[in-house]
Design a protein around this ligand. Structure first.
Ligand SMILES: CC(C)(COP(=O)(O)OP(=O)(O)OC[C@H]1O[C@@H](n2cnc3c(N)ncnc32)[C@H](O)[C@@H]1OP(=O)(O)O)[C@@H](O)C(=O)NCCC(=O)NCCS
Length: 191
C-alpha cells in the first residue's frame, strides 16, 4: 500500500525506507524495547530486506515516526491489511526510550487512525499484546481501543507460553470519540 506522509500534533509519520534498517536494528536489540515482544534476532540486512518487501506489499503500511524537530524515534505499522474486510493489525515501537511517556505514541496512533478511518474509510484496527505491557495498554485505551479478550497461551517467549490480550478500535467507536470531543469543546466554549 502506498505510504503517505502524515502530520500529527507532535509527530510526523513518513514512509519507512531501507535506510531506516539501522535504527530498527538498534531498537530491536534494546532489551527495554524488546521486553514485551518477540522480534527474534534479525540482522540489519534482514530488516532492510523486510522493509523492501513490505513497501511493495499491498497488505502492509510501514511508517517511521519523527518528532517535530526531525528526530527519528520509532515506527508504526499496519499489517495484514484486508481490503475485503476493511481491517488491519497495528504495531508500534518508540525505539528511542528517552522519548517515552511524552505522548509521542498516543499522537502517532491517533494520527494514523485519522488517516485510516477518515481517508481510507476502513472499519477496524486490531492488535494483540502482553497484558502486563501497561504503558501500551494505557496508550491504546487513550486512543479509543477496547479490550476484546484473551487468547490463552498464544505467545511463546523465554521458554514460556503467555496469554495475549486482544484489543480493537472500530469505526463506530472512533466516530463516537470524535463526537464526544466536539460536544466537550462546545461546552467549554459556552462556559
Ligand atoms: C508502549 C509505547 C509504544 C508507549 O509509548 P509512549 O510514547 O511512551 O506512550 P505515551 O507517552 O503516549 O503514553 C504512555 C502512557 O503509559 C503510561 N505508563 C508508562 N509506563 C507505565 C507503567 N510502567 N505503569 C503504568 N503506566 C505507565 C504513561 O504514564 C502514559 O500514560 P498517561 O499519559 O496517562 O500518564 C512505548 O513504551 C514502547 O515503544 N515500548 C516498547 C515497545 C512496545 O511495547 N510496543 C507496543 C507493543 S504492542
Amino acid at each position: 500500500m502506498i505510504a503517505p506522509i502524515l502530520k500529527g500534533k507532535k509527530v510526523i509519520l513518513k514512509p519507512m525506507e531501507p535506510k531506516h534498517a539501522q535504527a530498527r536494528y538498534k531498537w530491536y536489540n534494546d532489551p527495554k524495547v524488546a521486553r514485551y515482544q518477540d522480534f527474534g534476532s534479525p540482522s540489519e540486512e534482514k530488516l532492510k530486506q523486510a522493509i523492501i518487501k513490505r513497501r511493495k506489499s499491498d497488505d502492509s503500511l510501514p511508517l517511521v515516526i519523527f518528532t517535530e524537530n526531525n528526530e527519528l524515534i520509532g515506527e508504526i505499522q499496519l499489517r495484514e491489511i484486508s481490503h475485503r474486510h476493511k481491517s488491519a493489525k497495528l504495531g508500534i515501537n518508540i525505539g528511542e526510550t528517552n522519548f517515552w511517556n511524552k505522548g509521542y505514541a498516543t499522537d502517532a496512533i491517533k494520527t494514523l487512525c485519522k488517516y485510516y478511518f477518515n481517508k481510507l474509510k476502513y472499519n477496524r484496527i486490531g492488535l494483540s499484546l502482553l497484558p502486563n505491557n501497561i504503558a501500551a495498554v494505557k496508550c491504546y485505551q487513550r486512543c479509543g481501543f477496547k479490550k476484546e479478550g484473551i487468547s490463552r497461551k498464544a505467545f511463546y517467549s523465554n521458554g514460556k507460553f503467555h496469554d495475549d490480550l486482544n484489543m480493537s478500535l472500530i469505526k463506530d467507536d472512533y466516530k463516537k470519540i470524535k463526537i464526544t470531543k466536539i460536544i466537550w469543546q462546545n461546552k467549554l466554549m459556552k462556559n
